[in-house]
Design a binder for this molecule. Sequence first.
Ligand code: 3PG
Length: 394
Amino acid sequence: YMTLEDVDVSGKRVFVRVDYNVPLDEHGNIVDDVRIRETIPTINYLIDRGAKIVLASHLGRPKGERNPKYSLYPVAKRLERLLEKTVKFLPDCVGRDVEEAVSSMKDGDVVLLENLRFHPGEENNDPEFAKALASLADIYVIDAFGTCHRKHASMYGIKDFVKPVVMGFLLERELRYFEKALVNPQRPVVAFLGGSKVSSKLGVITHLLEKVDKIFIGGAMAFTFLKAQGYSVGSSLVEDDMFDEALSVIEKAKKLNVKFYLPVDFVCGQAVSEQTPVMEVAWQEIPKGWLGLDIGHASVTLIKEILKDAQTIVWNGPMGVFEIEKFKFGTFSLAHAIAESPALSIAGGGDTDYAIHKAGVVDDISYISTGGGAFLKLLEGKKLPCLEAITKRD
Ligand code: 3PG
């Protein structure tokens, strides 16, 4: 694939598709700006070389309509602070005004376009819309790793209208770490998976079994695995229609000689709330009317044991309802245990990134992916369609 370093960007209009789909609170304030900060190296590289930088992203799911709730304006303000430089915000992403604003840019200028998804053409991969975006670019950079599983106009359709399309530094780094962890890893490779639904992680679990040496499944998924084997799990969350799948995962692990672990104890409550009474019990002793909401101390000891000889660690999904103080122990302990391990560690996918930040161990994880769905696609062993849009090296 061609990367930024393969092209001469000075004086050129460089269109950079980023993923600034960041969480906002009810007042429109940015709650977490990691996705913005992670694009700074690409932008600074372009500024230093005197490119004219046109940034574009989606935010939320405005369904093809202009909606001020999903404006990227607050992102432009945050970016200005991070870059210590003026970022001109344009109130649309295509059209005459945008073309004029871009054509009057000076070398080193940065503009951010308004939300691409205010136009239905973005998600429909409409060639006309792709063409309009491409007309703003001499060089097109894809740095939106988090959106690489979406075949949208700005991520995919543009390839028919602009050359070259190159990878930005964020995308390159994501793929490099993924390769280190799961394509050519140092062994043993250990995976920790959490979250509530086996149904949404089945593809990930099945694929990882072929790649790892040990796998630990926590979060509410564990109860589906226990119940499928005939154990009682009190009132814990269970997916009854996934028992066959759960059993065949266990079977497959055996066949492939992958060590398969479930938690050995749980912190239980009577409701998913801050006020509930709690107790910690062994895995086979969850009483009626109680539900497991976190893993317990013995499970954390087991996790540390599993990690002892690990050379590579992959982590996706929380071990419990960590948003509630009483049930954060397992997820935070796992974050700390991974942080303390000298192994190469990669983590990602939605809540995981947030949990790592809350646990305060960001600097001790080798790589935290900026992707949610895109990271999971890679863990499932699927190709990211948008990589096809990138121009191949000769
Ligand atoms: C994400 O946050 O996973 C990406 O930005 C993609 O967003 P989407 O799920 O709305 O397409």
